[in-house]
Design a protein around this ligand. Structure first.
Ligand SMILES: [Zn+2]
Length: 135
């Protein structure tokens, strides 16, 4: 039986393919190809998270849009959740001068009016990202 070479604790291995590295101190990969492969894998992992979060946000947006045909609707939070709404996720907030906070999923938004109820309102012109630039 062939004996495996004893692993030197100071011996580094390529982060991508695991092969032993030789050469300059601080080297992490055996080749440019391995470096690119490693970075792509990491990027794909991040992209998966972004895609996942975008899916939740888009779903929330669709629910707000669907449940607010008149442009001004009061609904129970449970009603939103029954439709699959996840209130942990929103794209941004808008705070009025009175301190009321609107939670947006893209251009559709809602405001908590009590512990159980929200009011869904349509996107107002003064809430657009561009409006802040004019102030
Ligand atoms: Zn390698």
């Amino acid at each position: 039986m062939e004996e495996l070479p004893e692993k030197d604790a100071t011996q580094k291995t390529c982060l991508s393919c695991g092969s032993l590295l030789s050469g300059r101190f601080g080297k992490k990969f055996c080749s440019d190809q391995c470096r690119a492969q490693f970075n792509n894998r990491r990027k794909n992992k991040e992209e998966k998270w972004i895609t996942h979060l975008n899916r939740i946000l888009r779903k929330n947006r669709t629910i707000l849009k669907t449940l607010n045909p008149t442009g001004h609707s009061t609904v129970r939070i449970e009603f939103l959740k029954d439709h699959g709404f996840d209130d942990r996720f929103y794209t941004h907030q808008y705070k009025t001068a009175k301190g009321e906070i609107y939670y947006f999923c893209y251009e559709f938004d809602y405001q908590l009016i009590s512990k159980e109820k929200v009011i869904i309102v349509n996107w107002q012109k003064y809430m657009t990202p561009e409006s802040h630039l004019n102030n």
